[in-house]
Ligand binder design. Structure first.
Ligand code: PEP
Ligand code: MG
Length: 960
């Protein structure tokens, strides 16, 4: 949700040029955890496509669709540049509003800014503003017009008394976003003021965001204190905005024209009498907006330019809403028009505007300066089945249909086995005509679809055991019968829209309004509205939506967001399979948290699985089987029982060492990020901490922890380990790990940039403070210090020399010093490095990323970054051989160390220690105990000669 908040405004910034300003803004977004560093490239790429300068000294840099995946949280960060920054095309920006948005949410901020972009000149005021609060004031505080249009007039409302009318007025004001929660209550506490002739007045300035006036009349005559109640004005009052209207109203009453209001039969008559926004009966022309991101700043600017060619008035409205001047950029932006919506242009009769209608339509069809994928004249596609980027990048096998007997592999995201029918929850593609066959026929169609959906939802309610889920569906039922929704649809049907077009437009409008509410809970209702909307559209367009299976099912989605969690009934969802996402994606995190087996990043074809297709997921290995037979399903059931039994047994023996059947022992250690968890890892059977990720320790502090604070943290771990070794990695930030108080300048390729040791060698004081704290905390206990991301021997030597200098100051007796093997060059140079270090620890997450040149978090490719690829195994082999030749030890601390198929291979290659997450310790130990070292060595040698990761995995399976 976008808010203009003083806290997010940095005053008095300076930037030599636009590029430096973008870097500053991008860093602020990164530092505040809104985006990943790659988003900064998106800001630049977007400017390269066209300036984001908006007007009035304000620019709104934002990313490209390709960089949306870098957005963690929606929000804005604002900087004031009092000296101005040249934003291209001769424009100077004094205020830059950097937007982090996952979708078209930036249209919202444009709507928020529309008042600031009104007539009054703001740039000087922004430039001279001395506080963040003053900026907020300027952006919010520009003169506001009183809202009064046909959405704020409701005639013949069923009401028992004036109180009912007041509720209705407040509801209309809320719906049009003039007021927020709390207004209705405040309005009711006011004393109604009789205006005469049965008209009454109530007002409140509580919880008002925009001034607005609603007018409501009762269906049957009412009285209050013996006086008739024929109509009620409800004013959401803000400043002086209502003064003109009040004067007009008084004139009207004095002129004895009150019945024009009290007896009005149309909202148009009310608006004409009061001088509100009336949709004019002017010559018009309509066109569907095809711009991918709606009518945002660039196309809106172009549209205003075309409209200004006429001297007559030109107005435009969206899907039959209020018409605004097409020459006003701010008004156009305030429309918030999205792709697929109909723009209707209205030209002032008898002026040159009429001749311009064709030009306006042509300009919109041509994309208003953007390349657009046209929408055919008769149809309005709504949501694409799969995001365009995915379609372009998908390989043929990712889209080929799946059939019974197919097996495929994707990213293992949450462990466990699951079997069940597929329940595909995909955004369907709806094609429907914009125009219908008359209101009566279309109403009939709509009623039939609504009835069918009601029956479907009733069935879901009776099947849902969880109360929370039942409540969601009950709300959906209510939404189907919402009188406002129905009324809006009827209005559109009367304007000759088809049932599907009217329904779709009304749902979209309602959902967009809901999303813009400041109350997060209410805003979430937008997703429910769209859910219901799609169900009805499915019936109207003959696109069958899968019905929820009655037995526990495998939920198949494009991507499971945290917001979907509420819908997941753990008793009903056996497993999760998603088209997109990597191991660190939302889907993966959500499913691990819920303990539901999950496989992610399986490609778009899973969205085309026929409903009810039985799926078998192996969440440990990322394998999916389509249509397994009864025997296989039974086998899985038995295997699940065996696994559960195995886990219990492993836990019972977690304090025993990991020794193979033929007597080879391997150390099993824990990876740790939070010092407070140290006692818990010992309790899980850890024999050491094999990797303390100190960047996570740093992240738990608001600012860089000083030596004392760090010493306390490290001491805490050493105390808990009670004599067990502690391997500490020095600060490893950069790449995908930002540290808010250590901003790293934007880089083209952060994973190949200043990260790990490359960063700390550039900030030696940070490294020295950390090393001092470690040396002081050790006090003779077994401490091992290692440096991350070493790629060159010089880096290791430089870091070692710093440590050696400090050791003279703070002697340490039981200390070993090593490096992480994460960069292929370090593995290749292991014979040299092994002579100088005490140990190596292989970080397979990064080593795999760099060896295979696949971004470890890539949404489409990371599934192919398998640490068991023979190239990675060869690098590990080189490392172990070199280390052992010089009497040094090797650990593995990447995720691979916990993979049951990797354990025999790593052990067979001679790895001495496996460091894994605490919950994997008992299972890894149990896995070692069932192996023969000699057989594991042979298996590892065979694997080194293989060609692919799949062959390696198959060969380990064959060994068991
Ligand atoms: C690794 O790269 O394997 C590793 C353990 O480091 P991190 O995952 O913290 O980058
Ligand atoms: Mg790493």
């Amino acid at each position: 949700m976008f808010e203009l908040d003083a806290q997010h405004i940095r005053m008095g910034q300076q930037a030599a040029d636009k590029d430096s300003a973008l870097a500053l803004l991008g860093e602020a977004l990164v530092a505040d955890g809104l985006v990943a560093p790659g988003y900064i490239d998106g800001l630049r790429a977007r400017e390269a496509q066209g300036s984001t300068y908006l007007g009035q000294g304000i620019a709104i840099p934002h990313g490209t669709p390709q960089t949306r995946d870098h957005v963690f949280t929606t929000g804005v960060r604002i900087m004031q540049f009092p000296d101005g920054v040249s934003w291209g095309e001769g424009q100077t920006a004094y205020l830059a509003i950097a937007i982090a948005a996952k979708s078209d949410e930036h249209l919202r901020i444009l709507q928020l800014l529309t008042r600031a972009l009104g007539e009054k000149s703001l740039d000087e005021a922004i430039r001279r503003a001395e506080s963040a609060e003053a900026i907020v004031q300027l952006l919010h505080g520009a003169p506001q017009e009183l809202e009064l249009d046909d959405q704020l007039v409701r005639l013949h409302v069923e009401a028992d008394d004036l109180e009912d009318l007041a509720w209705e007025g407040a509801r209309l004001l809320k719906k049009t976003q003039c007021v927020e929660a709390g207004f209705a209550g405040a309005l009711q506490t006011g004393v109604p003021l009789p205006l005469g002739e049965g008209l009454w007045w109530l007002h409140s300035d509580h919880a008002v965001s925009r001034p607005g006036l609603a007018f409501v009349t009762p269906a049957t005559p009412l009285t209050l204190e013996g006086q008739p109640v024929k109509g009620l004005f409800c004013l959401a009052s803000l400043g002086e905005a209502h003064r003109d209207l009040l004067e007009r109203l008084c004139d009207l009453l004095i002129a004895g024209r009150a019945q024009e209001l009290s007896q009005a039969t149309s909202s148009r008559a009310v608006l004409e009498a009061l001088g509100g926004e009336v949709a004019p009966d002017w010559p018009s022309a309509s066109v569907v907006l095809a711009n991918a991101h709606g009518l945002h700043a660039r196309p809106a600017k172009e549209l205003a330019r075309v409209a200004k060619a006429s001297t007559g008035e030109v107005r435009v409205r969206v899907d039959g809403g209020t018409a605004v001047s097409a020459k006003s950029l701010s008004r156009l932006l305030a429309l918030g028009a999205r792709r697929g919506q109909v723009l209707e242009f209205l030209a002032e009769p008898g002026t040159d505007a009429e001749a311009l209608l064709g030009d306006l339509v042509a300009a919109v069809e041509a994309g208003l300066g953007e390349e657009v994928e046209p929408i055919s004249a008769n149809t309005q596609p709504t949501h694409a089945a799969v995001p365009v980027e995915t379609n372009i990048l998908a390989r043929a096998e990712d889209t080929a249909p799946l059939a019974s007997g197919d097996t495929f592999k994707a990213i293992a995201a949450a462990p466990g086995l699951a079997v069940g029918p597929a329940y595909v929850v995909a955004q369907q593609h709806f094609d429907f005509p914009a125009e219908g066959e008359g209101a009566a026929a279309e109403t009939e169609r709509l009623e039939a679809a609504l009835a069918a959906v009601r029956t479907e939802i009733d069935a879901l309610i009776s099947r849902s055991e969880a109360g929370a889920i039942r409540d969601i569906f009950l709300t959906h039922l209510e939404m189907l019968d919402d009188p406002d929704l129905r009324e809006g649809v009827q209005t559109r049907l009367k304007r000759n829209a088809s049932a599907a077009a009217a329904w779709n437009a009304q749902i979209e409008e309602a959902a967009a309004q809901q999303e813009s509410l400041k109350d997060a809970l209410l805003a979430e209702r937008a997703a429910d509205l769209r859910d219901v909307g799609r169900r009805v559209l499915g019936h109207l367009c003959g696109v069958g939506s899968a019905s929820e299976p009655s037995e526990p099912y495998v939920l198949v989605m494009d991507e499971v967001g945290p917001g979907d969690v509420a819908r997941l009934d753990r008793d009903r969802v056996a497993g999760i399979l998603t088209a997109r996402g990597g191991a660190s994606s939302h889907s993966a995190i959500v499913s691990r948290a819920l303990g539901i087996p999950a496989i992610v990043g399986a490609g778009p074809r899973v969205l085309n699985l026929a409903p009810q297709t039985i799926l078998l997921l192996d969440g440990d290995h990322g394998f999916v089987e389509v249509g397994p037979d009864a025997a296989r399903i039974e086998q899985v059931r038995v295997e699940r029982e065996v696994r559960e039994h195995r886990r219990q047994e492993a836990e019972a023996k977690r304090f025993e060492p990991a020794v193979t059947r033929d007597g080879h022992r391997i150390e099993v250690a824990a990876n740790l990020g939070n010092t407070a968890d140290a006692p818990a890892v010992v309790e899980q059977g850890a024999e050491a901490v094999g990797l303390l990720r100190t960047e996570l320790v740093f992240m738990s502090h608001d600012s860089a922890p000083d030596e004392q604070a760090q010493e306390k943290d490290y001491r805490r771990v050493l105390d808990a380990l009670d004599g067990r070794p502690l391997v500490v990695r020095t600060l490893d930030v950069g790449g995908d790990k930002p540290l808010p108080y250590m901003p790293i300048p934007a880089e083209e390729n952060p994973f190949l940039g200043i990260r790990g040791i490359r960063l700390t060698l550039r900030c030696p004081e940070v490294l020295e403070t950390q090393l001092r704290a470690l040396l002081r905390a050790a006090e003779g206990r077994p401490l091992r210090i290692m440096f991350p991301m070493v790629g060159r021997v010089e880096e290791w030597r430089q870091a070692r020399d710093i440590l050696n200098r400090l050791r003279q100051e703070i002697p340490a007796v039981n200390l070993q010093v090593g490096i992480m093997i994460e960069v292929p060059s370090a593995a290749l140079l292991a014979p040299v490095l092994a002579q100088e270090v005490d140990f190596f620890s292989v970080g397979t997450n990064d080593l795999t990323q760099y060896a295979l040149a696949i971004d470890r978090g890539h949404p489409l490719l990371s599934g192919e970054a398998d640490g068991l690829h023979p190239s990675v195994l060869r690098l590990i082999d080189m490392t172990v051989q070199a280390a052992h030749a010089h009497g040094k030890w090797v650990g593995v601390c990447g995720e691979l160390a916990a993979d049951p198929l990797a354990v025999p291979l790593l052990m067979g290659l001679g790895v001495d220690e496996l460091s894994v997450s605490a919950r994997s310790i008992p299972l890894v130990k149990a896995r070692v105990r069932e192996l023969d070292f000699v057989a594991a060595q042979a298996c590892a040698q065979r694997a080194l000669a293989l060609a692919t990761a799949d062959e390696v995995r198959a060969s380990v399976e064959a060994m068991q």
